[in-house]
Design a protein around this ligand. Structure first.
Ligand code: NAP
Length: 249
């Protein structure tokens, strides 16, 4: 299938986990993919190999810290020169640093906000001009179920992910007239490096609250994000799509 042929997509945090799965799914649909990562170049190269394995076009690897405004601006300018503007942006890069409020460190709060929320703002700002000019664009923000329901011990992460939902709705209103859709997905418990440190008790407790009774996969998220990026979803904007097995309804 080539539902994204002729489109260029940038996926932040595509060296691993959910971002990698989205990058591969986009490539399978014919998109040219820019694979962003922060530090793990070998993992990013692995994403690139997997894209080629599924018959995708040669991807472009771009290391930059999404939370660094100048680095984002420079990277997008370079990409624009090398291969043109970005038609589809997925703000997926994220980190979580957990801890109860009383013991939370200001630096941790700032680091979480910087990567999860500032980064999405910087990247959207850097690619919107091209989307407006071409009168077609897709922005998908990867929020989280906890941005909707809250979670003890994750004040910064929940705030950043809830902020992404606000950003999604504001930008959907702002950019709709230019045929740019802006949506968010809110994954629940997805098996990745981010959740690999959960102990058995935490897993069991989480599973008890998931009506479908199982964890989600990166492909579950990638399929939903791919749909939102295609023309099949042309009339969907400002939407928050839950991918959580019923964990929060
Ligand atoms: P992951 O496996 O920990 O991967 C995180 C990705 O983000 C990596 O590619 C990492 O790059 C990149 N990254 C981190 N900081 C960055 C920065 N400053 N600039 C650029 N890239 C950066 O995470 P994941 O589980 O796939 O999660 C992906 C997204 O889904 C996150 O936004 C997360 O909050 C959200 N989410 C995950 C779950 C879940 O259950 N896993 C649930 C809800 C929402 P390097 O490899 O170079 O470090």
């Amino acid at each position: 299938m080539t539902r994204l042929a002729t489109k260029t997509a940038l996926v932040t945090g595509a060296s691993r986990g959910i971002g990698r799965a989205i990058a591969i799914a986009f490539a399978e649909q014919g998109a040219r993919v820019v694979v962003n990562y922060a530090r793990r170049v070998e993992e990013a190269q692995q994403t690139a190999r997997q894209i080629l394995d599924v018959g995708g076009a040669a991807p472009v690897l771009k290391q930059f810290d999404v939370g660094d405004a100048k680095a984002v601006e420079d990277a997008f300018a370079q990409i624009s020169k090398e291969i043109g503007g970005i038609d589809i942006l997925v703000n997926n890069a994220g980190i979580s640093i957990d801890g109860l409020l009383a013991r939370a460190k200001v630096e941790d709060w700032q680091a979480v906000m910087r990567t999860n929320l500032d980064g999405a703002f910087f990247c959207a700002k850097a690619c919107v001009r091209h989307m407006m000019k071409s009168r077609w664009g897709r922005i998908v923000n990867v929020s989280s179920v906890v941005g909707e329901m809250g979670n003890a011990g994750q004040v910064a992460y929940c705030s950043a992910k809830a902020g992404l939902i606000g950003m999604t709705k504001a930008l959907a209103r702002e950019l709709g007239s230019r045929n740019i859709t802006v949506n968010a997905v809110t994954p629940g418990f997805i098996e990745t490096d981010m959740t690999s440190s959960f102990d058995n008790a935490t897993r069991e407790q989480l599973l008890q609250n998931i009506p479908l009774g199982c964890v989600g996969t990166v492909d579950d998220v990638a399929k939903a994000v791919t749909y939102l990026a295609t023309d099949d979803a042309r009339y969907i904007t400002g939407h928050v799509l839950a991918i959580n097995g019923g964990m929060y309804i």
